[in-house]
Design a protein around this ligand. Sequence first.
Ligand SMILES: C[S@@+](CC[C@H](N)C(=O)[O-])C[C@H]1O[C@@H](n2cnc3c(N)ncnc32)[C@H](O)[C@@H]1O
Ligand code: SF4
Length: 390
Amino acid sequence: MINSNENLLSLYVHWPYCESKCPYCDFNSHVIQDVDINQWIASFRNQLYNMKDELTKKNIRFTNLNTIFFGGGTPSLMPLEIIEAILDICNDIYGFREDTEITLEANPSSYDGKKFLKFKKLGINRLSIGVQSLNDAQLKFLGRLHNTNDVEVALKDASNIFDNISVDLIYALYGQNLTDWINELESFLKTHKLQHISLYQLTIEEGTKFFKDYKNGFIKQIDNDLAAEFYVVSNEILNDFEFVKYEISNYAKKGFKCRHNLNYWNSENWIGVGPGAYGRLWSSNRKKFRIEYQNYKNPKTWLSNNLFKSEFEKVTKLNSNVSDIDTLTMGLRLNDGVDISKIKNKSVINFHSLKDLQNRKIISFDNGNLKVNEKHMIKLNSIINFLINT
Ligand SMILES: C[S@@+](CC[C@H](N)C(=O)[O-])C[C@H]1O[C@@H](n2cnc3c(N)ncnc32)[C@H](O)[C@@H]1O
Ligand code: SF4
């Protein structure tokens, strides 16, 4: 159990390689290259020890790691030796709780059943599977290497091994038929026993192939009103299947909220290791200021800068205004909202906007938490822009 005086410390590990680059994806992911296992282990080791020194210097007290998240890229492509080494190092310098949540992202095209079993043996206890779509034509459009049949097999294998499985889905694509989506989602939820779902509406991100295609008129975006309809209907269906929405895009069965992501949304402490990963730690007298540690993004640059010593690309002291805005922006994503006592400088909130949003029942206060009311969640970004004094 977690003692309320303790800091919750999470670790994010970034694996930057994938089998191919999906046209919508702006994550730090690159087509897989030769991997020198020993070099990667050495660089992860140096980073982990270096961060431990930072925690000691800042006098940040915590008891063991609360969560670890292997994200990517495609961590299911990671050589097992690297995962094992990272977990051993973590055990050595940080230690685990009895209930440390250890998630790994897996793609249906880059695993075999035996590998799932090995993940489990290494200590992974939560699998997040990139299903992405429940329809073969859409999987093709999204540039995925798997089809719906591969999804069936992957989920069957996973559920024989893990009792905490999450899936990522992308929906609200241009041209997607709402009735088809309803049928696909219902049948998917009837067939598979899942504990968590991340449901994202497709966004066109700058720098991606889809962004170019969009600019050139080859692809279009769904109309906003229809996207809102997709959101409402999906919430209803998930609710019928006992998934509770706890964040704008995340739904969990009872007891299965993602503790790692909650750490981000609640603006707690976390360490980030691997190319492009970033971490944030509060100063020792918590909540005064935060420090952000940004890793080199390019995998080779990251590797060479951590091989013999550990070096970040940038270390930034985030002043209390920046931290307050971040705490507010992240916290409002949650259904429970943000504990307003965490906001040190209340003037980051525009009080005219606050009153206006309250009068229009768009936001409300509930037990000291400021929250966006359920049916307005779909407009979260514009609500935040209106609410915050930048
Ligand atoms: C780091 S990525 C996924 C990891 C894994 N390699 C995969 O593809 O399954 C995290 C998730 O973000 C979502 N995502 C990425 N780009 C997106 C976009 N442009 N629009 C909506 N969702 C997106 C996808 O659902 C994806 O699974
Ligand atoms: S969506 Fe996943 S598999 Fe596709 S490029 Fe991004 S990280 Fe890699």
